[in-house]
Design a protein around this ligand. Structure first.
Ligand SMILES: *Cc1c(COP(=O)(O)O)cnc(C)c1O
Length: 386
């Protein structure tokens, strides 16, 4: 009964849907997996280490499973995620490469052990928790080398490594890795990164003296992988770079295009205000277009004053306040019609803004723009978009 009720309007809608370059709903995020593969290959060409594809936060909003598959196809040998549920999702989808997760609840340890997901350990009490589950976990001991976020405090490191060696000798745990995270990993200047590398080397030395033989030592993120010469590390953890966030300008390709279409078009007169509070008042008669995507979908409200989108090959400024579900653009005297495709951001190759442009307008970084694209925006996967 319920289904029948919601079915009929849906069907009616799809029958009368205007054909507008395949955008089925109000907006969609089109992800080009060939860009992800190409970006993985760019790193593999430049960096001798194995590549861990960091697909946390649903692959920065791009979709964890399709991105993980594409990255593995292109040569990533590890996957990294922040949280346990993200690791479980990848295993459930059939991904078999080693996975590391660095944030988890004690109650999730059993599940992680059952599907052979490695966990990060920063303290002796975390280690106790890991060995107190029935599974034998592979762990990566994390040393804080200067970020001062997660990781073992330096003065706890000897105790942590000795305790881990003790448990390993008993067969209760496997220390597969030793790692740390950079504090200035997005900067072109590697002075702090080199300091952290020295610190990590000392930590690995102490771990060896405690009897540990970690298979993988890792430190660098995307930009760190390119700036830090660290031949004695085994892995680089690449997140941003996979998606084409090109912090060092090596020619990475943005993988996501956020598109919509005009839901309504109308004329307003000079002197009329647009959207809440009438922050924008038309200086002349003009045509306005309604874009049916808003801050609930990740369009930064604060960017409204400066942003523009591409429609019919023309940049149209966003006018008035961005609302939860929609915003308005000024089409001027251009003849536009409802259904006209709108590109909110993309690779920037056809004149559209990029996620980096939106980040600039919103005073943030492209990472946050990508991660902010909400659940109401379906992801669609395409190959070879340019
Ligand atoms: C997010 C994250 C990465 C990836 O960093 P990028 O700068 O996006 O490449 C690597 N390691 C850890 C611990 C992270 O949290």
């Amino acid at each position: 009964m319920y289904l029948a009720q919601v079915d009929s309007p849906d069907t009616a809608y799809s029958q009368h849907r205007p054909a507008s370059r395949g955008i089925a709903g109000l907006a969609e995020a089109v992800v080009d997996l060939s860009a992800v593969r190409e970006n993985v290959r760019s790193f593999r060409k430049r960096v001798p280490q194995q590549l861990m594809a960091v697909v946390k936060a649903d692959a920065f909003g791009h979709g964890a499973v399709p991105v993980a598959r594409a990255a593995v196809e292109a040569g990533a040998t590890w996957l990294g995620v922040a949280r346990a549920d993200e690791a479980l999702q990848l295993r459930a989808a059939g991904l078999q490469v080693p996975i590391l997760t660095w944030l988890y609840d004690a109650t999730e340890l059993m599940l992680l052990g059952d599907v052979d997901v490695d966990v990060s350990v920063s303290t002796v009490s975390e280690l106790h928790r890991v060995v107190s589950t029935p599974n034998v976990h592979s762990v990566h001991l994390k040393l804080d080398t200067g970020l001062h976020r997660a990781g073992s405090a330096p003065d706890q490191w000897i105790e942590l490594t000795r305790t881990a060696a003790h448990y390993e000798a008993l067969g209760a745990v496997t220390v597969r890795g030793i790692w740390s995270h950079l504090s200035h990993g997005s900067s072109a200047d590697a002075v702090q990164s080199r300091r952290q590398l020295q610190f990590l080397r000392a930590g690995v030395g102490l771990a060896r003296r405690a009897g540990l033989r970690p298979g993988v030592v890792h430190l660098a993120n995307s930009a760190g992988a390119l700036t830090l010469d660290a031949p004695d590390t085994d892995l680089v953890r690449v997140g941003a770079g996979l998606y084409g966030i090109d912090e060092l300008g090596i020619g990475l390709r943005p993988a996501m295009r956020l598109v919509s279409k005009l839901a309504q078009v109308r004329r307003i007169r000079a002197g009329e205000g647009v959207s809440y509070g009438h922050d924008f008042v038309a200086a002349r008669d003009t045509t306005i277009g309604l874009v049916p995507i808003g801050y609930a979908d990740g369009i930064p409200r604060v960017a409204g004053r400066r942003a523009s989108v591409l429609c019919h090959g023309v940049r149209m400024p966003v006018i008035g306040r961005v609302a939860m579900d929609q915003f308005v653009v000024d089409a001027g005297e251009l003849a536009v019609e409802p259904g006209a495709p709108v590109t909110i951001f993309g690779p920037g190759t056809s004149g559209e803004p990029t996620a980096a442009d939106w980040a600039g307008w919103a005073g943030t970084i492209p990472h946050e723009i990508y991660c902010g694209i909400g659940n109401r925006v379906p992801r669609r996967y395409e190959e070879g978009l340019r």
